[in-house]
Ligand binder design. Structure first.
Ligand SMILES: [Ca+2]
Length: 194
């Protein structure tokens, strides 16, 4: 069921990028555009976890506890103190067209334990030529805890790449109240086009 939704999302993004009909949208696609789906089934696959605050005990791990598809995801845990407002994220260096103006979009699923009316945290994401290092590098995508279970988030940005064509994508959660919480992220779909 969930995988069907992921595939539907892929087809939509492929259609938007114009790549699906010609390439199947499984890899690099037409010159200057492509997609990649990360399901975390085989491990971290080049993703790394980073955070801004140590006092919130930020921990990220490959987990089989919850998954959008099929069996594993990445868990994000923070025990935020009243003075903590840390961000915990996963990031990956990716290859996009070099020396170009590139539209990059990331679409992912985030799991919240409960639907909350108050004290929600924030889902955040980043796209850029250099890796993110501070909380204000991230864009707020909306509240976590809007549903008990999985919810989709999307972020898109235009970047000007250098000759190497490397870029960084990142996504995670930002604590805004004092709680100990675990979230999960899964099925990160990257798409880009010049
Ligand atoms: Ca998965």
């Amino acid at each position: 069921m969930k995988m069907r939704t992921v595939i539907a999302s892929m087809l939509l993004l492929c259609a938007l990028s114009g790549a699906f009909l010609l390439t199947g949208c499984g890899g690099s696609g037409l010159a200057g555009q492509g997609t990649q789906l990360e399901t975390f089934e085989g491990g971290w696959n080049g993703w790394v976890a980073r955070h801004t605050r140590l006092d919130a005990s930020p921990t990220a791990a490959l987990s089989a506890q919850e998954s959008n598809s099929p069996t594993s995801s990445i868990s994000l845990f923070m025990n935020a103190a009243p003075t903590s407002d840390g961000v915990l994220w996963i990031e990956k260096q990716v290859q996009v067209p070099p020396s170009a103006t590139v539209r990059v979009t990331i679409h992912f699923w985030l799991w919240s334990k409960d639907r909350l009316d108050t004290d929600r945290w924030n889902a955040v994401a980043f796209i850029g030529r250099d890796r993110p290092t501070a909380e204000n590098h991230f864009t707020l995508l909306g509240d976590t805890d809007q549903v008990a279970g999985w919810r989709e988030y999307t972020y898109s940005a235009v970047i000007n790449t250098d000759f190497s064509g490397t870029a960084y994508i990142a996504l995670g959660v930002s604590a805004v109240s004092a709680h100990a919480r675990t979230y999960y992220v899964d099925d990160v779909l990257l798409s880009y086009f010049e």
